[in-house]
Design a protein around this ligand. Structure first.
Ligand code: ZN
Length: 290
């Protein structure tokens, strides 16, 4: 009798304890454990200390540096229909502009990506900042829901509203741990940091707008524009506080005229010549003002 009780206790007690654990886990445990399903999403992370892209052109580091950003890439194709994807078009255009700049001479050039690589939006201006760029141009192609006849290029700068919000974020995140225009702001109050970053951003913003105007001026006759004035919006990619930046929508990927233009060598040359000329004038003015 005693032996039977002992034997049943050895079997029943562990089962009871296990059942109680399962019940407790289902009632009070963290979701995702026990009988729930776990959906694991593999989020790509930027490589720590990823190698910066190479700089091409003159070896003289005092020459201005243009960073050209081919929009999208890798798993992010951007806009596109059929076989033509925005990521492919932007890389072709970025390479055409790089080649035109190297041929023209006088400026150094780097591409944020030179192949079908995926980059986070924040990484793109960060590459420009780390390289010490004097100008950042992000190249894209637009798309509309329906073919409503929209075509032509548009130049964007960062909107003032987004600019101020970013200044606040920058100040909070870095909190005086970095330099803005060579002014050590370490140890200062965050208000001072925010003010310095805001000042840097306002100067950068003015330069971005100057460059956007030059693109429109130099592009006249070389490529069609949808808008004859620069537009602005809160693009993450344009949020460098200290590198003048524009986003260039080169045309509509679902417009047959734009696609024919942007995929032809004549069209790409028109785009590259317009931007190379705008860049030349921009740096001539910047160095004259310095
Ligand atoms: Zn795009």
């Amino acid at each position: 009798m005693r032996r039977t009780v002992l034997l049943s206790a050895i079997i029943v007690v562990p089962i009871a304890v296990f059942a109680a654990m399962v019940l407790a886990d289902r009632s009070f445990g963290r979701p995702g454990r026990g009988f729930d399903y776990i959906v694991a999403v593999d989020l790509p992370r930027p490589e720590a200390g990823a190698a910066l892209p190479k700089i091409e052109g003159p070896l003289d580091a005092s020459r201005p540096l243009v960073v050209i950003d081919a929009g999208h890439g890798g798993k992010d194709p951007g806009a596109g229909q059929g076989d033509l994807k925005e990521k492919t078009l932007t890389l072709m255009l970025a390479e055409a502009l790089r080649d035109a700049l190297l041929k023209q001479g006088g400026v150094r050039v780097a591409l944020t990506r030179g192949d079908d690589t995926y980059l986070f939006l924040e990484e793109r201006p960060e590459i420009a900042r780390k390289l010490g760029a004097d100008l950042f141009i992000s190249i894209h192609a637009d798309s509309t829901e329906a073919d409503n006849g929209a075509k032509g290029a548009t130049v964007y700068t960062l909107s003032a509203k987004g600019s101020n919000q970013e200044a606040e974020k920058m100040a909070a995140r870095e909190n005086a741990a970095d330099q803005v225009y060579g002014v050590r702001i370490e140890g200062r109050s965050s208000d001072v940091s925010a003010a310095l970053i805001d000042l840097a951003q306002r100067q950068t913003q003015a330069r971005s707008e100057t460059f956007a105007q030059l693109v429109l001026r130099e592009g006249r006759g070389l490529m069609p524009f949808k808008r004859t004035e620069p537009q602005s919006a809160a693009f993450v990619v344009l949020k460098s506080p200290d590198v003048p930046s524009v986003l260039f929508e080169t045309g509509y990927i679902n417009n047959t005229d734009d696609v024919a233009r942007l995929t032809s060598s004549a069209g790409r040359n028109g785009f590259a010549s317009a931007l190379a000329q705008a860049i030349r004038v921009f740096f001539a003015r910047t160095s004259a003002a310095a």
